[in-house]
Design a protein around this ligand. Sequence first.
Ligand SMILES: NC(=O)c1ccc[n+]([C@@H]2O[C@H](COP(=O)([O-])OP(=O)(O)OC[C@H]3O[C@@H](n4cnc5c(N)ncnc54)[C@H](O)[C@@H]3O)[C@@H](O)[C@H]2O)c1
Length: 379
Amino acid sequence: MRKKLNIGLVGYGFMGRAHTNAYRQAPKFFDVPYDLVLKAACARNQDAIQAFADNWGYEGIETDWRALVARDDIDAIDICAPNNMHHDIAIAAAKAGKMVLCEKPLAMNVAEGCEMVDAVEKAGVPNMIWYNYRRVPAVTLAKQLIDEGRLGRIFHYRAVFLQDWTISADLPQGGASLWRLDAAAAGSGVTGDLLAHCIDTALWLNGSIGSVSAMTEIFIKERQHNLTGKVEPVKIEDACAFLARFKNGSLATFESTRYARGHKALYTFEINGEHASIQWDLHDLHRLNYFDHRDDSLVRGWRSIHITDGDMPYMDHWWVPGLQIGFEHSFIHGVADFFQGVASGKPAHPTFRDALETQRVCEAVLKSAQTNSWQPVGA
Ligand SMILES: NC(=O)c1ccc[n+]([C@@H]2O[C@H](COP(=O)([O-])OP(=O)(O)OC[C@H]3O[C@@H](n4cnc5c(N)ncnc54)[C@H](O)[C@@H]3O)[C@@H](O)[C@H]2O)c1
């Protein structure tokens, strides 16, 4: 019999559903050495969280995250609430000796992030931040190809994350589902929301960033606030673009906006090395484009690798070759890796400490835009 591990989830929105699906699926497809029990789900609205718990199979509910964290029968707290909740819940959970899984970005800022890293490390509890794109098999394959040295010296890293959902000036800010537009809940705009994903992937694939030079813009300066009913200044950046120098000498550009008409979630990156280049695109997430200059010149060209064979990352756990998987599987892989790491003592990444580096880059980017200057990424 596998040991039971009881999960306590905070937040039942987009990520609450993605994670819960992952807890249910991971042990069926992967060798997860625990019996993961959906013990309790938590949110403030009792009817809504009860309906969520009934639908997804949680044994119980809580309406105050403090009560959830205080329960003796919860082993792991999973934080799927807005960014301004991460710090307090994670620290309380670590102090209570729980494992902590927390959505990205780690925190509202570096100062909060440092306290969170201290808390989980002092408590010695397993911890992970859900930068899930690392576990899209095509992205994991990109990491493998880079680590094998196939690209050679890396010259360029280019990433974009484009959306178009906030163009209307009538869209209010704040409250349920629009907390991303409220600086008090989100901390920052596209930088913490979208670029944080690009930065996490980039640090993982290409190492540390030394310095950044950024520009940001708020296109719609005022919006009705759902919580106060008043028209208030918008304090989150709608768009951000920055240049970066990696410590390995490569140059990078990153761009994110919620004003790219026609794009819903276009996350792409391209890496150009001495021998080879790779490209990835979230809209076609199960393919990796690869160009290798060392190929015979008569057949040299970009190849589109469909990641379905059993020797591709994670794919021996899924269907037969030729059949692909999707976005939700990146979370299933996260659950499998995290709990295998708990059992083996080799932690899954990114840990809170790994995610602090992304937070430092985000903070340097925002400071650079404010001061119109290059900024070093703090240690
Ligand atoms: N990894 C990814 O790809 C990804 C995608 C989307 C969001 N996120 C992150 O996940 C987190 C949640 O985002 P979302 O899109 O799921 O948001 P959402 O608005 O869909 O859901 C937020 C949930 O938090 C709950 N909540 C808010 N305040 C609470 C409180 N005080 N106590 C308990 N519950 C509370 C709400 O009831 C809601 O269920 C954010 O940090 C976000 O940045 C990550």
